[in-house]
Ligand binder design. Structure first.
Ligand code: HPA
Length: 280
């Protein structure tokens, strides 16, 4: 008996989801740490616990609920993945990318991916929202490494302009209409789960990173592999400017969750506005 391929697993998961909630999402939204309140904007058709989905990887990180919600946001059908698995949980990249591939399998053409991040750029303060313009992958791996025994896309994936400029323009406009501004910049992904040393923060600044986090990049690579449009949103949980870092109180996950949750309402309005205006 041979093991199931990724495509076979995804078909099985998608079939399970469709049997329970027959809605074809146009947009998939992955909610990062502390961003569960964004799901309040959903007119819900149904919800499924990750643990009940065949083959779906379950997360155990605080602040990540672990359920798939289907419904509509501002009239657009969406799938909301409330919580994600990270590579620091010791999970294979295929598992980290599973929600993105499932979104594609369900019919979604756009991925909105969110995260909590620490700012490297001194102009970014805790609580700020940043649209991701580009990323630097420092994870040491990615979801394209390995067998790729599926039909989701090719092996060699172009990553220039991975973050859709049109979606960023739209998000900036939505923010303005809602009376707040958003920053824009480069997200560097490290494996974590430890936070950075002062020397690492200085290195990240030299490399051109504006923020640093522990997620998002695998999902974006997977999304580009299957030709989904991507909007990436970081919430600045803490400032890690190299010069000031040594004076800071030690950063904790609880503090990250507190700050991000206090920005969740703006993220919610941003995603609601983008969802309502997105072209099919
Ligand atoms: N570093 C890495 N990941 C993070 C941080 C940070 O400072 N804050 C929130 N996620």
């Amino acid at each position: 008996m041979s093991a199931m391929t990724l495509t076979q697993k995804l078909r099985r998961t998608a079939e399970h989801v469709r049997e329970r909630v027959p809605l074809q999402p146009q947009i998939a939204i992955i909610l990062g740490s502390g961003l569960s309140p964004v799901a309040d904007a959903l007119a819900q058709d149904g919800e499924l616990a990750y643990a009940d989905l065949p083959h779906f990887p379950v997360t155990g990180v605080a602040g990540h609920r672990g359920r798939l919600l289907l419904g509509s946001m501002a009239g657009t059908p969406v799938a909301v993945f409330e919580g994600r698995v990270h590579s620091y949980e010791g999970r294979a990249m295929e598992e980290v990318a599973y929600s993105t591939y499932l979104a594609k399998q369900l019919g979604a053409r756009t991925l909105i991916v969110t995260n909590a991040a620490g700012s490297i750029n001194a102009a970014f303060a805790a609580g700020d929202i940043m649209l991701i313009r580009d990323h630097i992958n420092l994870l040491g791996t990615n979801p394209l490494v390995g067998a790729l025994d599926d039909d989701l896309g090719g092996r060699f994936v172009a990553m220039r302009n991975a973050y859709d400029a049109g979606l960023r323009d739209l998000a900036r406009r939505v923010a303005r209409q809602n009376g707040f501004t958003v920053k824009e910049g480069v997200y560097a992904a490290t494996s974590g789960p430890m936070y950075e040393t002062d020397a690492e923060i200085r290195m990240l600044a030299i490399l051109g990173a504006d923020v640093v986090g522990m997620s998002t990049v695998p999902e974006v690579i997977a999304a580009r592999r299957c030709a989904m449009r991507v909007l990436g949103i970081s919430v600045i949980a803490n400032q890690t400017t190299a010069s000031g870092a040594s004076d800071e109180v030690a950063l904790t996950h609880a503090e990250v969750l507190r700050v991000v949750t206090s920005s969740a309402d703006r993220v919610k309005r941003l995603i609601l506005g983008v969802s309502g205006s997105i072209a099919a």
